[in-house]
Design a protein around this ligand. Structure first.
Ligand SMILES: NC(=O)C[C@H](N)C(=O)O
Length: 337
């Protein structure tokens, strides 16, 4: 009987990349002062014996780094491994343990490039496992629960933090000291409670199976950089980024991706030189940048990132530029993804 139940469980692979969920501090009181990326995947899985009731879980250490240092090469390496596993008949779902600082970028990247409807769930923690009230165990348990469920299929890359199921496209780290750090301007897709998922809405944007991007055809990612803006901003950073070879610059603008009059001429000139200018917003709760509002984008031949924050706009721009350098095509992609 037990063997039969074992067989019915889904097969879930946990790909570990490091982060605070693999962090360790000097004492249980250290919830904010600790070293990330210390604990190996076998120990993480062994720390949550209840996982074995949810799925047949095995782990793989893909890398062991704090996520602020994830490079484009790391993204490609992880993306390729996810694709290989998604292609395996004996894998039903994939969980990725990840630092929270760039978790939203990796989740969105995978959401764009993985051609699978199998659940891919990215998860991290705000406190290291050594701290009192560590959140990693429950977040990992919830991630495996979602990854092993049939209902999670076809919903794009997901993020489980703080009992919520978020869309990897929408979610962003909004605060760095609370366990309720991950929010989406458009709300979570569902909740996961005691190993069971409760769904409330679906992502509307193109992702995974319905995406025109495929990790298997992406050899490298082009250089896309971000310039942070404010009223008195100078054009030094924009010019330097273009000179160092950036194919696109994400303007992390004020409000509606607005551009200080001090740098408008430089951005127009850079576009004439071939650099794509993509207007995003650094407002805290989520920007909403509209074309030809604040700036004449048609005349300038600029692109707007709409609701994508600067770091997510950078991810889409890199992936999109592997296909096209046409600003109209880029703008289409920014509406669709
Ligand atoms: N909470 C965390 O995971 C933060 C850590 N710096 C990381 O992103 O790896």
């Amino acid at each position: 009987k037990e063997a039969q139940t074992q067989q019915k469980l889904a097969n879930v692979v946990v790909l570990a990349t490091g982060g605070t969920i693999a962090g360790a501090g000097a004492s249980a009181a250290n919830s904010a002062t600790y070293q990330a990326a210390k604990v190996g995947i076998e120990q993480l899985i062994a720390g949550v014996p209840e996982l074995s009731q949810l799925a047949n879980v095995r782990g793989e250490q893909v890398m062991q780094i704090a996520s602020e240092s994830i490079t484009n090469d790391n993204l490609l390496q992880l993306g390729r491994r996810v694709a290989e596993l998604a292609d395996s008949a004996d894998v039903d779902g994939i969980v990725i343990t990840h630092g929270t600082d760039t978790l939203e970028e990796t989740a969105y990247f995978l959401n764009l490039v993985e051609k699978t409807d199998k659940p891919i769930v990215v998860v991290g923690s705000m406190r290291p496992g050594t701290a009192m009230s560590a959140d990693g165990m429950l977040n990992l348990y919830n991630a495996v629960a979602v990854a092993s469920s049939k209902e999670a299929r076809g919903k794009g890359v997901l993020v489980t933090m703080n009992d919520e199921i978020q869309s990897g496209r929408d979610v962003s780290k909004m605060i760095n000291i609370k366990t309720e750090a991950f929010k989406s301007a458009w709300g979570p897709l569902g909740m996961v409670v005691e190993g069971k998922s409760y769904w409330f809405r679906l992502p509307a944007k193109r992702h995974t199976m319905d995406s025109e991007f495929d990790i298997k055809t992406i050899k490298s990612l082009p250089d896309v950089e971000i310039a942070y803006s404010y009223g008195n901003v100078s054009d030094t950073a924009y010019k330097a980024l273009a000179q160092s070879g950036a194919k696109a610059i994400i303007h992390a603008g004020t409000g509606n991706g607005s551009v200080s009059s001090r740098v408008v001429p430089t951005l127009q000139a850079l576009r004439k030189d071939g650099v794509q200018i993509i207007r995003s917003s650094h407002v805290n709760a989520g920007g909403f940048v509209l074309r030809n509002a604040e700036q004449p984008d048609d005349k300038n031949d600029w692109v707007v990132a709409h609701d994508l924050n600067p770091q997510k706009a950078r991810i889409l721009a890199m992936v999109a530029l592997t296909k096209t350098n046409d600003s109209k095509e880029l703008q289409r992609m920014f509406w669709e993804y």
